[in-house]
Design a protein around this ligand. Structure first.
Ligand code: AMP
Ligand code: ZN
Length: 436
């Protein structure tokens, strides 16, 4: 059992040792990939052989793998082991196109659980904690992924699954839940229901740690959730293609997420030129799995936009940190030629204490032009004072215009007016003709 500050000794390897480990694992991964019909053909087409990959630098000889490749090879065309050696698959429907499948061997699942346990240990979870997971179990990897990681660490786990907020809250109080995993929009929802029921998280629960992730959220949203629930909230990043949760996670410094470089080789590229960008500059995250048996992925284009945070982390872990996700390249709104990410709107909205956490951006065509409407719920009842409301609307509009360079229409709504989504929050609705 782990007792020290770090869960695995790999967390503090010197950069040289870490890179040596990566090189060895990369070579093993590439030779394993030759058993995958997809990669065998890819290598052949591009005139490369596994022997050409001798160093981390050689990685760039390998073409990128895309989500489309996963769709084209659906369901099992990328497997590097026979199906009899696989023990689970996760399938993601995504919002568009064919589903994708990721296969896992028993070793893959054990390594995944280790990665999640390492993340949770890093933020102070210990076997005497009670861990409650509010993620859906099933194909969504936030369910089983956190479940096995938390069990591996040795916590008492409460697999509450998604929804039924009153029951979640009852479990918090009855079971003495100390650690919760939730997507940010649901964490806010939990608080609102608690408040409506007169439950004070600080007085009536033992909550202390929250893992929040799976959807983009701003620093202000995190601080707001921390204040509401009286917890420390840590950003958790992952995706089904890389297992699920456990890819990158914040340490107690809360300044970027350590991305586990003994599991992944990290590249940040310019999504247009596909060339690497310097550390510190935002680009698309590209990941190569180097610790996976059943279905390794080489240079997978995640579409997530982030940057490497330059410099060492005071926590002593040598694995580099990525910044909170700015958005997905496919989430970017192009409005009258201006590029906008929903998170930029959120960053502004969350600065207003009068506003709750739910918002929706709607894009329409009006008189041949793009128009943006931002609807946001008020946190309390501010409808009595019409002048104050108008002033607030004006101020929000002004701040949004300064940030995104277009003037949106702002509509303030009473609490609960926006539709609640079951899973990840829907932040953008694009009704413009050319985007349908
Ligand atoms: P899924 O495979 O359905 O779990 O979705 C994975 C995607 O969710 C990632 O590619 C990101 O776009 C998004 N995501 C996951 N974790 C985070 C996070 N902590 N912050 C922002 N976006 C996230
Ligand atoms: Zn750190």
């Amino acid at each position: 059992m782990t007792t020290g500050e770090y869960y695995n000794s790999e967390e503090t390897l010197s950069r040289d040792a870490l890179e040596a480990l990566q090189t060895q694992r990369l070579k093993e991964t590439v030779s394993r990939c030759m058993r995958s019909p997809f990669y065998k053909e890819r290598f052949r087409e591009n005139g490369i052989s596994p022997e050409d990959i001798k160093s981390l630098d050689d990685l760039k000889k390998i073409p990128f793998t895309t989500k489309q490749d996963l769709r084209d090879t659906y369901p099992f065309g990328m497997a590097s082991v026979p199906l009899k050696d696989c023990v689970r698959l996760h399938s993601s429907s995504g919002t568009t196109g064919n589903p994708t499948v990721i296969l896992h061997s028993a070793k893959d699942l054990s390594e995944w659980a280790n990665a999640v346990a390492r993340c949770l240990w890093m933020v102070g979870c210990r076997p005497d904690d009670v861990f409650q997971n509010t993620s859906g179990y099933g194909m969504f990897t936030g369910g089983l992924g956190f479940q096995y990681g938390a069990e591996k660490l040795g916590m008492l786990t409460v697999p509450a699954a998604a929804g039924n907020t009153l029951r979640q809250i009852k479990f918090f109080t009855d079971f003495g839940t100390t650690v919760v995993h939730a997507i940010p929009s649901y964490a806010s929802r939990i608080y609102e229901v608690m408040r409506d029921k007169g439950i004070d998280p600080r007085r009536d629960t033992k909550l202390r740690i929250l893992a929040i992730g799976a959807e983009p959220h701003s620093e202000d949203t995190r601080r707001r959730i921390e204040d509401m629930l009286g917890v420390k909230a840590y950003n958790s990043f992952g995706m089904s293609e890389m297992c699920g949760p456990g890819v990158a996670f914040e340490c107690p410094e809360q300044n970027g997420m350590h991305i586990w470089e003994d599991y992944y080789i990290v590249e940040i590229i310019d999504p247009v030129t596909l060339e690497p960008v310097p550390d510190g500059q935002v680009g698309e995250l590209v990941l190569t799995t180097i610790n996976r048996e059943a279905m390794p992925l080489l240079r997978y284009r995640t579409r997530d936009l982030t940057r490497i945070i330059p410099g060492e982390c005071p926590c002593g872990r040598s694995h580099r940190r990525i910044d909170r996700i700015k958005g997905r390249s496919d989430d970017m709104i192009i409005l009258r030629g201006v590029n906008i990410f929903p998170i930029q709107v959120e960053q502004i909205l969350m600065q207003f204490s009068e506003l709750a956490s739910d918002y929706l951006i709607t894009l329409d065509t009006e008189g041949g032009n793009d128009a943006m409407t931002v609807e946001v719920e008020l946190s309390g009842n501010h409808f009595d004072d019409y002048t104050a409301l108008q002033r607030l609307e004006k101020e929000i509009t002004r701040m949004l215009r300064d940030e995104i360079l277009v003037t949106p229409r702002v509509r303030l709504l009473p609490k609960g007016a926006l539709p609640q989504s079951e899973g990840k929050a829907v932040r953008v609705r694009d009704n413009r003709k050319q985007y349908q």
